[in-house]
Every structure is written in structure tokens, then in C-alpha cells.
Write a protein that binds this ligand. Structure first.
Ligand SMILES: [Zn+2]
Ligand SMILES: [Zn+2]
Ligand SMILES: [Zn+2]
Length: 301
């Protein structure tokens, strides 16, 4: 048994008391973005808006905030995987588009096929479909959605820049600020050595400050994200450890910086990264194949 197999064995035995569908990552019950720290390097630029995602094949649907539920449904019920979901600027629109196209033409015309158990007996082989931007139509769609999102963000940023009705209390000293958002941001930087960046680089400023405020309300340090028993201990900790700053590894903040919408993402990363990082599947270097965890037993036999 190679080390890879051992790791999977270990993983499976650890999960045996739990429901087979509720193990790690995407299969977990929901966690809201406010609490999620995405350790991968993917940017999260999708607005957590209250929109509905519809299945590409049936009437099943789920709110955007619970997209993992629908992605799991697509995988288990329709054997379809969408690559690099996190890079899709507008997932509801993306899915609606493909739903329409799949009504016109068979899935096989658009998707790459992943065969599971390709080295095993034919009757144990299964075809999974991968929808990804290798297909020019998919790439163009992704680019269009990204372009549209960028336009929305720039428009929003301009609005916030010009807005003189901004009104908010400083989260450190409760001083009240009215007028341009830069007054408050500059105050926090000057008086409390807390900077989230130049006001002009920021978008969805109120939401950004709400996110930070809710962390402090939960007695959580903004930098190391540890939780403290009371406000005084938290304050002391942040001051002494110089933790009065933002945790740059928290991808939850990416969507508040305009620059992240301008950068062209490297989409050439493994097509299967989504599958693998969500631990639905793994890549066997030995067999040069993708295997789904579900079918792993078949593979060992
Ligand atoms: Zn469905
Ligand atoms: Zn203040
Ligand atoms: Zn800390």
C-alpha cells in the first residue's frame, strides 16, 4: 500500500461513524462565508447575494450561499463537475446559461469525460463529465461574466467614492463619522494604527467594516482570528501582539479590494483542482488517473 492509499484508508476509517455524504469539505453541512477562512489561494469574488442556483438537468435548486449542496447534487445525481467554480464571477448566470445549452445539445458535446476505474473491469467503469474552460464557449462565458462583474464593481466603487452620506462609528473608539468614508478610514489608520488600505482601493466598504465589526463583536482577533473571553483581553491581545491589522490570508476579504477584480486569473491550474481540493476525488500519480473517494474501495480491490 503506498502512502497515498494509507492516507485515504486513514481518512475513511476516521469518517466511518459519520454519514457517508457528510464527511469533509464540500460535503459538510453549510458554513457561512463570514466564518470561512479559505486556506487555498483562490480568490473569492462571488457576492454572497441571495440568489438561487438551479440544477443544469432537473428542477433541484439551492441558494447561492449553499452552492456546495448543488455541486454535490450535480456530482452524485448527474455525474457532472464544474471546474474552478470559485473563479466564476456569477455562478447563477453561468448555470442558467448551461442549463439552456444542455436542453439543445447532449452534455457529451461540451464536456470532457473522466473515466473512473479505467484500469478496472468495464462494468465498474463510470463516466463523469467535466465542464471547464478548455471549451471555448465556456471560456468566453466565464470571461463575459467576469467582465460584467468588473463593470459592476467599478460602478459601485465610484458611487462609494462620491457618497457623502456615509455614516458610521469607529469600531475602536466609537467616534461618529459622517461624510465621505475616507474620514473614518483615515481616522482608524491615524488614531488606531489600523489600515485596511487606501480608501480608493476599497469597494463594498460598509460590508467590509460590518465583517470586521462582527469579528470584534464575537471577541475574535482580526489578525490571528483567535477568540477571547472578553473585550478587555481581546483589546490587550491585539495591542500587545500588534494584531490590530487584517489577516491577509483570509480570502474572505478579497472581494473588498478592487485590484482583485482586475487581475487576470491563472486558469491553467489543474482542471481537477476543484475536485481534488474539495476532496471528492484524488489523483493517483502511479495510475495517472483521477479516482473518486466513493469508488476507492473498488480501486484497492
Ligand atoms: Zn439535478
Ligand atoms: Zn476611533
Ligand atoms: Zn491575534
Amino acid at each position: 500500500m503506498c502512502s497515498f492509499e494509507k492516507r485515504i484508508k486513514k481518512k475513511q476509517s476516521g469518517a466511518e461513524n459519520r454519514c457517508g455524504l457528510c464527511t469533509d469539505s464540500i460535503l459538510e453541512p453549510l458554513s457561512f462565508p463570514e466564518q470561512t477562512v479559505d486556506s487555498s489561494n483562490t480568490f473569492i469574488l462571488q457576492c454572497p447575494r441571495n440568489e438561487l442556483l438551479v440544477c443544469l438537468f432537473c428542477s433541484e435548486s439551492a441558494p447561492l450561499l449553499q452552492k456546495d449542496v448543488l455541486l454535490k447534487h450535480l456530482l452524485l445525481e448527474h455525474k457532472l463537475v464544474i471546474a474552478d467554480v470559485k473563479l466564476i464571477a456569477d455562478l447563477p448566470k453561468y448555470m442558467l446559461y448551461w442549463k439552456g445549452r444542455f436542453l439543445e445539445q447532449p452534455v457529451k458535446d461540451f464536456c470532457s469525460v473522466i473515466k473512473t476505474n479505467a484500469t478496472g473491469p468495464v462494468e465498474k467503469q463510470e463516466d463523469y463529465f467535466l465542464l471547464c474552460d478548455v471549451l471555448p464557449e465556456d471560456r468566453i462565458l466565464r470571461e463575459k461574466l467576469q467582465q460584467k462583474r468588473l463593470e459592476e464593481v467599478l460602478e459601485q466603487q465610484q458611487k462609494e467614492r462620491d457618497d457623502s452620506n456615509f455614516h458610521r462609528l469607529c469600531m475602536f473608539c466609537s467616534e461618529e463619522f459622517t461624510g465621505n468614508r475616507s474620514f473614518l478610514l483615515n481616522h482608524m489608520a491615524r488614531e488606531h494604527s489600523f489600515s485596511i488600505g487606501l480608501p480608493d482601493n476599497i469597494v463594498y466598504c460598509n460590508e467590509f467594516l460590518d465583517t470586521l465589526q462582527s469579528k470584534l463583536d464575537n471577541l475574535q482577533c482580526l489578525y490571528c482570528e483567535k477568540i477571547f473571553r472578553d473585550k478587555t483581553t481581546l483589546k490587550d491581545h491585539m495591542r500587545k501582539k500588534a494584531h490590530r491589522r487584517i489577516n491577509a490570508n483570509n480570502r474572505e476579504y478579497d472581494r473588498f479590494y478592487v485590484i482583485n477584480y482586475l487581475v487576470k486569473k491563472n486558469n491553467s491550474a489543474s482542471l481537477f483542482s476543484e475536485l481534488i481540493s474539495s476532496q471528492v476525488a484524488f489523483y493517483s500519480f502511479e495510475h495517472k488517473e483521477i479516482f473518486l473517494f466513493e469508488n476507492f474501495e473498488k480501486f484497492v480491490l
